[in-house]
Design a protein around this ligand. Sequence first.
Ligand code: 3H9
Length: 711
Amino acid sequence: MSEANTGMSEATVVRFDVEDGIGVITVDYPPVNALGPGVSDGIIAALEKGEADPKVKAMVLMGAGRTFIAGADIRGFGKPRATPAKRTYDVMDQGNKPIVAAIHGYALGGGLENALGCHYRIAVPSAKVGLPEVQIGILPGGGGTQRLPRLIGPKLALEMIVSGRHVPAAEAKALGIIDDIIPGKDLRKEAIAWAKGIAEKRPLPRVRDRSEKLAEAKSDPGMFDAARKAYARKMRGQPAPEKCIQAVEAACTQPFDEGVATERRLFGELENSDEAKALRYAFFAEREINRVPGMPKDLKLPEIKTIAVVGAGTMGGGIAMSFSDAGLPVKLVDANPEVLAKGLARIKANYETSVKRGSLTQAEMDTRFGLITPIEKMEDIGDCDAVIEAVFERMDVKKDVFRQLDKVMKPEALLLTNTSALDIDEIAAVTTRPEKVAGTHYFVPANVMKLFEVVNASKTAPETLAAAMKLGRDINKVSGYAGNCDGFVANRSRIPFNLEQGLMIEEGALPQQIDKVMEGFGYPVGPFKVNDMSGLDVSYDTRKRRAAASPNYRGLPITDAIVEAGRLGQKTGAGWYRYEKGDRTPHVDPALETLIKATAEKLKIQQRTFTDDEILKRLLFGSINECCKILEEGKAIRASDIDVMWLHGFGFPRYRGGVMYWGDTIGAREIYNQIAVWHQRYGARWKPSELLRQLAESGGKLREAKADKLR
Ligand code: 3H9
């Protein structure tokens, strides 16, 4: 075996060696072999070496470590860079020796584009391929939009490129992206053997030369507009999906090289778009959120294999599903057999709806439902590694459950609570193991929303915190750190939004105007339509309880009057909107306007008109101010964590990065000035945070704000 480095800069990132007549090019750029500095040049140098070496009959391109190639180096986007003298794909196309891409882990973006430049592609069963560029606001810029349609046809290529989804190896084989699936026990050995099998085959199957599949576009010219329609709602406000469609269209109408030039032009138009920048920020923020500073390096995490959920209500059922959906067995406990039976029936009905919709097969439903074991006695969950309590949100009820759990659970078990507002220190104090107690706060619906807020109470051990955060990731959620305070981080930062929403109605804005502003901003559904879906009675009850507890509580009298008029939302046929029987389409209702006006007159509340800009700022500035207070108090680690929480807990439009990222597009100074004016006009709730004032003065970025110290 001869081993050689391929040049100066790429010496450490790409290796080339020859074994048994096969030149093996190994990309070794941890952690995910992104096409960072020197990688593409290293591949080119290796290809040229293999081409020139008479001993080499064919070549294999593979990745070292956990994956093939995860794509271009996203950190390099938006920064100036030189146009490469040569591109790997062109060098592959010009070569005379067959090249086999041997894929394990992921071949994404530029990774798959390199594989498409190879003559053959083989993969291990667990591999995944895809062109996910659209998810970071760009399009495949390495020939992917031109080669993939030639390989699998424009219709399938459109779907893959515009959705950006990861395609598992078996499906990729069925689609024609992968030529063969290999066992992958010894990737290198199997790939060399495979390459030997095709070494003499000619002509070389170059994807760029294929055109038979493109004929599909001629027989179905409507496919591009159909794709536009299919993604219009989902990808509203974003330029990338449209440009992906244009690029695939170019593959069908232009010769290959022209199509590549079109793709490159469209890529250039997207790379520095506001949406692409925000989406890149979101990508890295989602990885950063996993890091909790100050954690001991050698932490030994308790293993969590068996889980129990206490409380079979809507929340408990959703939580149980979050485990069964991830393939983990879960025990669902409720002392009340009726509630337990109802809870199970609700879970079953949820799964049945998914089967009806086609998003789940009957077999998958059976497996998932089968993972949930109903249990009536608390003693029967004692051997579980962790338990999540999801009972009624009242301190005495929670304490009672925790006393019981402390008795029945094995000593090393974690005791987790799904409380959304109660003091976890107080709950932990009734147990003999407060170090094993933490909050794991789900968002509604628990089986759907990705945010998993992990609350660090004052006695929570680092192992418990880290294990709880890992538990969230294990069930495909996004774990975010929160300190123990009223509302924790996500809900607390959202409270001003909800409050201003109600107050603006009192002052004369109409729900349809506010919804239109927020839908225009990028929310899939406006906040009042969401209220109508969840029911107006829930927050009504909370307000009444708060009013009873504190005589100074102002409340929302107009919203209360709407509820008292029997308008509870979709379930009563009217709320902020009017609904036809059996239909969930919201209709603007003049009767609501009359009711609001009459109540305002009666209560002597002055009404006025609002501009769209004022509505947006009133809704979001208060939350930005609260985020700053949360950071100041050391209850969140970093501003970008709160942004991730808004993306995954509240459906904030991803292409706007998050509430703090969006705030930077306005600027801390302008936000501070406006808040100071509102502080004068509306009083204490708009008191500017000290951190916001500092950022305004220093010109600092909201999104880069961090807690000095976690408390
Ligand atoms: C592209 O290819 C454009 C082309 O068309 C050509 C243009 C000319 N770059 O996610 P993880 C880091 S666009 C830089 O935790 P996992 C990540 O930040 C690209 N860094 O692992 C993290 O770093 P840290 C198209 C990257 O196993 C570490 O690697 N490709 C990149 O859960 C581990 O990542 C994509 O969009 C990257 N491309 O998931 C794929 N990828 O440890 C993006 C990862 O410092 N990547 N990092 O926090 C992914 O989707 C996932 O990382 C992947 C692995 C599924 C691969």
